[in-house]
Design a protein around this ligand. Structure first.
Ligand code: GDP
Ligand code: MG
Ligand code: ZN
Length: 291
């Protein structure tokens, strides 16, 4: 009788899986199975001796994939509910990059959480500006938090937001993703040690994606693969679809294929003039849709 497990990392020759009682095991997938990724739910059977064999993959819900050089979808993580899009004033907050990740989330059918880290580095005016930006995302329907990983209490809003979700951290190098993982998982070294001991693979590697359970009932996926995760070749239509507040307003445009640039009766342009759509979000849309 097979039992259910969670794939927490794929090392190529074997995967690390977690059982119901949170213990890590090494398991070898049947060759007929697709490439397994962190977050996958699988069924395993124990073979004579002690090793586990992955015999089935439970259908995935919310896959984060990147397109490889041959134009094929390559899954990075499975059963993902949210992208947690992290920025910080150092190295710089790039709203165009945030918007690209929001579009990617919409296209993948998952949610997005907008995170600005390193609040401690902000002047009073910068803080007001950041909050105004976050308010725009919040009213577009994305939870948005201003945090820092260094000051007691200032990390709580993110921890609360992640409860019950399965999020993949994305964002430029240096924004604080590793620091966030450290805050979420104070026992990270112990867990990494368990994976290493169970699988025989050195788990302190920079090329493997890991799935970690949070004490709040959620989980977090820490993936180096998302560095290559770009959304550069999007059609104008996909970009339009990915801007929630534009897509909402567009339902009242005179033309159903309105590009919101020169068309008469454009509800998006009307929303811009009464400031219910932020000018910078519209400007980013024009850039990404290459209009
Ligand atoms: N001032 C400040 N520095 C931070 C904060 N979070 C992370 N850092 C620092 O930013 C640098 C990059 O952080 P890291 O977590 O490695 O970023 P990553 O590249 O996204 O994983 C490190 O020197 C951290 O100590 C924060 O909230 N405030
Ligand atoms: Mg890092
Ligand atoms: Zn329009």
């Amino acid at each position: 009788m097979p039992n259910s497990y969670r794939v927490v990392a794929n090392f190529g020759a074997a995967v690390a899986v977690l059982d119901d009682s949170h213990a890590v095991h090494r398991a070898v997938p049947l060759t007929k199975l697709p490439q397994l990724v962190a977050g996958d739910l699988v069924e395993c059977e124990r073979e004579d001796g002690s090793s586990l064999r992955v015999v089935a993959l439970v259908e995935r819900d919310g896959v984060l994939a990147r397109i490889d050089r041959r134009g094929q979808d390559k899954p990075l993580a499975a059963n993902v509910s949210h992208l947690a899009i992290v920025s910080a004033s150092k190295p710089g907050i790039d709203s165009l990059l945030i918007d690209q990740f929001c579009i990617a989330a919409e296209l993948a059918g998952i949610g997005a959480i907008i995170v600005i880290n390193k609040a401690d580095l902000l002047s009073e005016q910068e803080r007001i500006d950041c909050q105004a930006m976050l308010d725009v995302y919040q009213s577009a329907g994305y939870p948005a938090v201003l945090i820092d990983t260094k000051t007691p209490g200032k990390f709580d809003p993110l921890e609360a937001e992640l409860a019950g979700k399965t999020a993949v951290l994305v964002g430029a190098s240096g924004v604080g993703k590793s620091s966030i993982v450290q805050r979420l998982l104070p026992d990270l070294d112990v867990r990494v040690g368990e994976i290493s001991a169970a699988t025989g693979f050195g788990a302190h590697t920079t090329s493997v994606t890991f799935w970690y359970e949070l004490s709040t009932g959620g989980s977090i996926i820490d993936s180096p693969g998302v560095r290559q995760y770009s959304v550069s070749h999007l059609s104008a239509e996909n970009v339009r679809y990915g801007y929630r507040e534009l897509a909402d307003a567009a339902q009242s445009c005179k033309f159903s294929n309105c590009s919101h640039v020169v068309e008469p009766g454009c509800a998006v342009k009307a929303a811009l003039s009464d400031e219910s759509i932020a000018q910078w979000r519209y400007d980013n849309y024009i850039k990404l849709a290459e209009l």
